[in-house]
Design a protein around this ligand. Sequence first.
Ligand code: MEV
Length: 446
Amino acid sequence: MKNERITSGFSKLSRNQKIDLIFSELELDDAQKNELDSFLLSNKKIQKLLSEISENHISNFYLPYSIIPNVYINEKKYFVPMVVEESSVVAAAARSAKFWAKNGGFQAKIINNKKSGQVHFLWHENPDLLKSVFPLLKEEIVENLLPLTERMEQRGGGILAIELVDKSNEIEHYYQIDVLFDTVDAMGANFINSCLENIATTMRGFFNHPKNLYGLKPSYEIIMSILSNYYKDCIVECSVEGDVSLFSHASQQLTGEDFARRFKLAVDIANLDISRAVTHNKGIYNGVDAVALATGNDWRAIEASGHAFASRDGKYRSLTQATLDQNYFKYTLTLPIAMGSVGGLTNLHPLAKISMAILENPSAEDLMKIAAAAGLANNFSAIWSLITSGIQKGHMKLHLSNILNQLGVDYHLHDIVSQFFENKTVSYSSVEKYINTELIKHISKA
Ligand code: MEV
């Protein structure tokens, strides 16, 4: 079927023309158009900056910008900025940050900080020939990369290794040039991709020159050159630990010992059951992604890497491990994560810059630790609720204001409703019922 309604040249239109086109095609009304306008910033300079970040921009989409106080990492206190839409995430992180602040804080360390990328290609000739000329090709690759790597080397980074990887038993004729990078404080995506494309150009020049291959003009095909978002060599570890007596007051019903035992069981379940593992890890990314967003980092890359890492032994598992040894509890998150503290949106978006200032301008490695601590804080709080009161009590309490806004309840009545639901179960229907019965009586009395 031929689609008759293809929109062409959309990106070339002005903002107003784009909106007019969408609104006339979809028959939306002027009030909706005004709504889009109302989310533009009055500061023209910053608005221009935001508008230019993405193609086809027509308005700004606001999300809450919040802070987790009391995040102690290796004895340093942080106020951690988070951007997240889910009502209970910041409260959950703040609860465990405060708990651990009183009990030793988070301990975080960088296990390694290397990124990789690959040139993927097909080689139709004798594999031994490729392997024998590779040292010469590598010399040329390194020489041609110099103009690109010079600045990174001055900053203490650069290329750490270049290897030929034979994958021809997985796909016929398939090989990779696998490159390992140190991008210091940058996330380094542009640097890595530029280097890889430069390597592909060198390969073409090298292979097309018969003198390099004993007079042969080989049959080969470069398929693509791209960084890998699988950060298996870019790992931060973050943990909390202590005697089980720390948990004596974590719940009214459980002893510290029982709390720790149930906690470990919940984590063990997430380690062996995929249905639970995905949700468990999602709770970790509630914190990690929110910090990534607030600091202008690429949360999609961070998530993708984490889920791949969670299945590194062939089975999808929890990213955390709990141990309980003679009443001593230790809980560790192992996170593959690339973060940049220079370059990209971090130095461009005004709020990302403020986030970096609030975090006292951390290095990329410190930022990795901070994101990991936020992830562990969120996950710890989730398990804490799950093995005690259940998740809905706290979550729905925080979700109450969303429900009230959806039902169009006046702001000055929100406190009355919150008080009523203080010790009751919140649900959309229970709130709606209360408003249509009790609250109406309350208002008419007043
Ligand atoms: C909700 O956003 C996250 C949780 O489901 C995480 C978990 O179950 O561990 C509460």
